[in-house]
Design a protein around this ligand. Structure first.
Ligand SMILES: *Cc1c(COP(=O)(O)O)cnc(C)c1O
Length: 362
């Protein structure tokens, strides 16, 4: 087998090696089926069993209550930016958005086409280096829902707990931290995530929706944009992403084998701590973008004393087999995305590379 490098990409991102090996072993022919997962009908009995098992495993991992539907949709997290307001905003036609980064702003842009939006909180003036405190939020108790982004992939900040929004349905874009720890699903109206950061390949979006909210989907909506139609058809209104859902299923099995989401969370905390400790003990050479109480466990963003040093570090790291460390242009510097599947050894090795670099250039 070919040697793999350390993949710090923000998305599509690293997958567990065990998952890739199993997918590879079964790609030519699913055991006992004689056809590839890439070739079978989404209406076949074989696929139906996979589909139901993936839902069952996700329900178990996340403790999804019975009054929630699990959907696999198309169009990425980006289509949810439109589907959420189209389905949920009428008839009151107003909603609250908490703006903590570039993805929140994209969600906001689509919501504004549907109704009146109240910006309930924003840290844009501080270049999104933190999550707003509960006391800063200006929530409208009559809003159709409150939307927030649990993990800000680009800025490297993360909500440590959900915002308190009373009885207004909470809607969350969890694209870059879904499945990184156990959460209380009953706090959410909808939580959604594109698969390609922490769950699987691009092309499938997980949507978990409280069933009573399906009643808000108007019959006048286009079928493919209606949560109700997708729920009524068990995500098989049209051809679902059979392969993507299959891979999410393998990832779910991998998580279960690891000990579930509590074990995953512990490992994620350990991995992130290794990096943040390196910054905190580095005498200011590495400067994290996120303020300490808003730090993300998934995307670790940091700067060096100069752009020249940042370029040099990225180039040396790439040569040494550490790929994808260049930060997003809106933050600059470096970003290490260390999702669930990213190995702890890779973080340890990155920190020794960083310390060597500091010793030579600091
Ligand atoms: C990547 C990302 C998106 C966009 O996902 P697509 O599946 O490409 O539409 C949305 N929100 C967050 C937080 C992301 O990290």
């Amino acid at each position: 087998m070919q040697k793999r490098i350390y993949n710090f990409s923000a998305g599509p991102a690293v997958l567990p090696e065990e998952v890739l090996s199993e997918a590879q072993a079964n790609l030519f022919s699913l055991p006992g089926v004689g056809m590839s997962i890439l070739e079978i009908s989404h209406r076949s009995k074989v696929y139906d069993e996979i589909h139901q098992n993936v839902k069952k495993d996700l329900r178990e991992l996340l403790d999804v209550p019975e009054n929630y539907e699990i959907l696999f949709l198309h169009g990425g997290a980006s289509l949810q930016f439109s589907m959420v307001p189209l389905n949920l905003m009428p008839p009151v036609n107003k909603a609250d958005y908490i703006i903590t980064g570039a993805w929140s702003k994209k969600a906001l842009k689509e919501a504004k086409r549907v109704g009146a939006i109240n910006i309930a909180g924003s840290t844009e003036a501080e270049n999104f280096n933190r999550i707003p405190a509960q006391a800063e939020l200006k929530l409208d108790p009559e809003a159709a829902y409150v939307h927030f982004t649990s993990n800000n992939t680009i800025y490297g900040t993360q909500w440590q707990t959900e915002p308190e929004v009373g009885s207004v349905p909470l809607v969350c874009d969890s694209s870059s931290d879904m499945l990184h720890k156990k959460i209380d699903i009953s706090k959410y109206g909808i939580i959604y995530a594109g698969a390609q950061k922490n769950m699987g390949p691009a092309g499938v979006t997980l949507v978990i929706i409280r069933k009573d909210l399906l009643g808000r989907s108007s019959d006048s909506l286009h079928s493919m944009l209606s949560y109700k139609i997708h729920a009524d058809n068990d995500s098989l209104y049209n051809t679902c992403n059979v392969f993507g859902i299959y891979i999410i299923g393998l990832v779910a099995k991998w998580l279960k084998k690891l000990g579930g989401l509590d074990a995953m969370y512990k490992l994620n905390q350990e991995k992130a701590k290794i990096l943040y400790d390196c910054f905190d003990n580095g005498g200011g050479f590495f400067k994290g973008h996120a303020l300490p109480d808003s730090r993300s466990l998934m995307n670790v963003t940091f700067r060096l004393p100069s752009e020249e040093l940042e370029k040099k570090l990225i180039s040396e790291a790439t040569k040494a087999g550490f790929d994808g460390l260049k930060g997003h242009r809106s933050v600059g510097g470096l970003r290490a995305s260390i999702y669930n599947a990213f190995p702890k050894q890779g973080v340890i090795d990155l920190v020794s590379l960083l310390n060597d670099f500091k010793a030579k250039n600091g």
